[in-house]
Design a protein around this ligand. Structure first.
Ligand code: ZN
Length: 213
């Protein structure tokens, strides 16, 4: 009797601690999101190896999934965030930005481009994001990048000249962005932090990018 009362008390304490701890709730949410990824990963309908699927079937599935997802969202609205972090990430589908940051709350502005290349419009978009409150800007590139491979392959350089030019100009655009007066002023005052990271595509582990000498 005494043992069961103690066990009941321990469970009640555990539930109370969970209810009171945002960190515990955040980690539990992350675990459930990861569980859903793993449950869906082996379903291969959209996989390019699945040659039997037709464009019409893919489109029909897209519409079906959107109808379902939007109904869930209408029923359970999500909170709106004003992000303080912006990230520039390649469009490579293997990189999941939610997994990259361990957060599903729309807490980040995400700009995705081929090869993580900035053009003037991305420079302006990111400057606007900073003006709207972004304090940390993360510029990424990743291993096994198709855009970088195209830039390193003569026949692909000839076939995709605009893509290759964007990759070739990547460092110049970063330097140009950092020198923009509004960005340079925030960097100098410490109001903005800019980090350049390399993503391991297989694991999504990041390390700081070593600038070319
Ligand atoms: Zn890439």
């Amino acid at each position: 009797m005494r043992a069961s009362v103690m066990a009941g008390g321990a469970v009640a304490l555990g539930v109370a601690a969970f209810a009171l701890s945002p960190r515990a709730q955040f980690l539990a949410g992350g675990a459930m999101a990861n569980l859903s990824y793993r449950l869906q990963d082996h379903l291969v309908d959209y996989d390019l190896e699945h040659h039997d699927v037709t464009p019409a079937q893919v489109w029909a599935e897209f519409r079906l999934q959107n109808e379902l997802a939007s109904k869930v969202r209408q029923t359970f609205p999500r909170r709106t965030f004003h992000p303080v972090v912006a990230m520039l990430v390649c469009m490579d589908a293997r990189i999941d930005t939610n997994e990259l940051v361990g957060d599903t709350r729309h807490n980040y502005y995400i700009v995705r481009t081929a090869g993580s290349a900035m053009s003037l419009k991305e420079e302006e978009m990111l400057e606007l994001a900073v003006a709207n409150g972004v304090k940390v800007l993360i510029l990424t590139r990743h291993s096994d990048c198709a855009a970088e491979k195209a830039a390193a392959t003569p026949e692909l350089r000839a076939k995709y000249p605009a893509l290759v030019a964007a990759v070739d100009e990547r460092d110049r655009h970063v330097a140009e962005f950092l020198a923009r007066p509004a960005i340079a002023a925030r960097l100098a005052s410490g109001a903005l932090l800019v980090k350049q990271l390399d993503i391991d595509t297989a694991t999504e582990h990041v390390v700081e990018h070593a600038a070319a000498p």
